[in-house]
Each structure stands twice: as structure tokens, then as C-alpha cells.
Design a protein around this ligand. Structure first.
Ligand code: MG
Length: 379
């Protein structure tokens, strides 16, 4: 039996993870954690009967405690509760699908407790990759990617003995593909939330519209596969069928293809090294007609290069970029800033920050807080 602690159970990846668990009789949910959606997590608790449930929000945890007092589930709250859920002695695998940098502390705790990590929370590696990767190595703790691009690379590398020469990450281009910077500088959130191929949460959908999501994925790939940034290419692939590719010394390229459905990478991370049947539509190549590839438009989408720049500078710079981006995306969703402001403000924050090289966890958390406060002060 594989016992799973699911951090971020009520979000898009969380609910799809539970669908995958439904298809595997040898998987059990030991812990469910979420931010504040009490109604959704109560229904999940009644269905999956976990030993522990945790709400990040203290008031939500109180409400939940009352609602599920007739069950055997112990209700925890806050970051301490997340850490306890991520380190339960009975748990084998921790799937982190929370949104934002709050995934960092429980992921570090889970690694130190020797758990296998199934990682869907990219902010953890963007902000804290310099801590998380050496720690995972020290504790011989596997980090299995859940993001579709990183899962694709992971699948392409399976069974290969040579290190790849290059990673090629595909990008759908998002809802504003083909537009100019001027055309999208004032688009409303309702347009930015219309992703052509993937159904995801609001934060990541806006990150896809600015292409910051792809920038973060480049940083994440560099950490996961110990690959220099200059050996990671991004190619726009509108159809989202090729999820990423790997090029080897002989220039042979291996790609992973499937219908765009997150249940596949989730299932692979939870069943690895096995492959099991999964409720994902098979590809119909004759109906596909075309698979297209082109270079990203860096003028319209400056966030991609900002992310690479932050990663090249290193230290606490990626953490600042990530924290500022999180705050800016929420401001944009509340219509307090324009779409064009996101990249402009990120550039300003990177100029203001003096990065700390080889940061400790506290340096990363402090830089994160600094960036959020700077943004909040400005608007
Ligand atoms: Mg992705």
C-alpha cells in the first residue's frame, strides 16, 4: 500500500490526484491539506478518511474541526500542521500541489523525514532549489516531477545512461500568442484566464499568459536535471501534445507525447517506475494533422528572460522574482494593476534587490517577505 500525504488537495492538481488515487487500489490518502476551502475538504475527508487534515487558515481549521468531529480525522492548522502532515511516520509519498512558496517548508521537512516527493509546486524549486536539491541528495530522497514538462523530460531520460546535451521545454504560448506587447498591456483578467489547452488554477493560468510559468519551468528543470541554463531551450508548441524533449550527444531527440491531461504526469509520479492504465484519452494522430514549433516572442513576453536572468544571478534573486510575481498576479486578478505592469514591476524589483549568494532558508524566506512588502507598499 502506498500512503500519500496530499498538500493542496482542493486545487486543480489536488483533485486530479484524488482521481488518480481512485484508479489505484493500492494507494491510500493519509493526509489532506488545503488553504481554506472547508466545504471541499470536508467532502474529501468523508470520502478518503485520512488520519490527518490541515487547513493553512486558522479560522478554516476551527470550522473544519467542528464539521468533521464525527470522523476519526485529526484536524491541524497552519504551517506547523502542514509540516506534521508532510512528515507522518506512516506516509511514503508527499505530493505537494499547493500554490506558491508556502510549499517550501513542508517539502524540506518531508525530505528530512525521508519521504518520496512528488512535486507539483514549482515555486519550491524556483525559490529554494539551492537548498532543496542538495538536501534531497543528502537524504537519498527521490523528487518525482508532476509538472507535465518535467515529467516528460523524466520519461525521456528513463533508461538512458548518457547525460543529455539539451532539454527542450515546450510552451503552449498561452492565450496571448501572436499578440504584441501593446495589444495585451491592458487586457482584463477574464481574457488572461482563458487558457487554450490546459485547465489549471488562476495563479498558474496568469503565469502562463505572461509566460512566467515557462520561465519558472526552466529554473525548475535546471535544478531537477542539473542542467546549465544555456542548455535549456524553450520552444512554442501550440498544440500541447509534445510535453517536452531531450536531445542527446548524437543529436537524437526523444519526446514524450500525450493528450494534455495532468492525470498522466500525476499517475506516472505516483506509480513510477511502473506505468499503469490511466483515464487519459489516447492520441489520435490522424486527427492531429499538424504539430508546430516556433521560437518564443521575447518582446511580448519579457517574463521568460527575466526568469532566466534571475536564475543566472542566483542566490536569493529567484526567490524575490517568485514572491514579487505571486503578489503582482494577485493584484492583477483584483484588477489593481494592468497586465503590462507585471513584467515592469518585476524588472524594478530585480533592480532593487541585492541578492545574497548561497542563501540559508531564512535568507530565502526574508527575501520573499521583503519582495512582498515592497510590492504591497507600491499599490
Ligand atoms: Mg507545466
Amino acid at each position: 500500500m502506498k500512503r500519500i500525504s496530499l498538500l493542496g488537495s482542493t486545487g486543480s492538481i489536488g483533485t486530479q490526484t484524488l482521481e488518480v488515487i481512485d484508479c489505484n487500489e493500492d494507494m491510500q490518502v493519509s493526509a489532506l491539506c488545503a488553504n481554506r476551502n472547508v466545504t471541499a475538504i470536508e467532502a474529501q475527508i468523508r470520502r478518503y478518511r485520512p488520519a490527518v487534515a490541515c487547513m493553512m487558515d486558522a479560522q478554516a481549521a476551527q470550522d473544519l474541526k467542528v464539521r468533521v468531529q464525527d470522523t476519526n480525522t485529526r484536524v491541524l492548522s497552519g504551517m506547523d500542521g502542514f509540516v506534521e502532515a508532510a512528515t507522518l511516520p506512516t506516509v511514503d509519498t508527499v505530493l505537494t500541489a499547493v500554490v506558491g512558496v508556502i510549499g517550501l517548508i513542508p517539502t524540506i521537512a518531508a525530505i528530512e523525514a525521508g519521504k518520496t516527493i512528488a512535486l507539483a509546486n514549482k515555486e519550491t524549486l524556483v525559490s529554494g532549489g539551492c537548498l532543496v536539491m542538495p538536501l534531497a541528495k543528502k537524504h537519498h530522497c527521490p523528487i518525482l516531477p508532476v509538472d507535465s514538462e518535467h515529467s516528460a523530460i523524466f520519461q525521456c531520460l528513463a533508461g538512458q545512461q548518457e547525460r543529455p546535451k539539451k532539454l527542450i521545454i515546450t510552451a503552449s504560448g498561452g492565450p496571448f500568442y501572436g499578440k504584441s506587447a501593446a495589444e495585451i498591456s491592458h487586457v482584463p483578467p477574464s481574457s488572461a484566464l482563458q487558457h487554450p489547452n490546459w485547465s489549471m488554477g488562476a495563479k498558474i493560468t496568469i503565469d502562463s499568459a505572461t509566460m512566467m510559468n515557462k520561465g519558472f519551468e526552466v529554473i525548475e528543470a535546471a535544478w531537477l536535471y542539473d542542467m546549465p541554463l544555456e542548455n535549456i531551450d524553450v520552444v512554442v508548441h501550440r498544440e500541447s501534445i509534445v510535453h517536452s524533449m531531450v536531445q542527446f550527444a548524437d543529436n537524437s531527440v526523444i519526446a514524450q507525447l500525450s493528450t494534455p491531461d495532468m492525470k498522466l504526469p500525476i499517475s506516472y509520479a505516483l506509480t513510477y517506475p511502473q506505468r499503469r492504465p490511466c483515464k487519459v484519452e489516447p492520441l489520435d494522430f490522424c486527427a492531429l494533422h499538424t504539430l508546430s514549433f516556433q521560437a518564443p516572442d521575447h518582446e511580448t513576453f519579457p517574463c521568460l528572460n527575466l526568469a532566466k536572468k534571475a536564475a543566472n544571478i542566483g542566490g536569493t534573486m529567484p526567490a524575490v522574482l517568485n514572491a514579487a510575481n505571486e503578489e503582482l498576479v494577485y493584484l492583477y486578478l483584483q484588477e489593481k494593476i494592468s497586465f503590462g505592469d507585471i513584467a515592469m514591476q518585476l524588472r524594478r524589483m530585480m533592480e532593487l534587490h541585492t541578492p545574497i549568494p548561497s542563501p540559508a532558508l531564512q535568507d530565502i524566506l526574508d527575501s520573499d517577505t521583503w519582495a512582498r512588502e515592497m510590492i504591497k507598499k507600491s499599490f
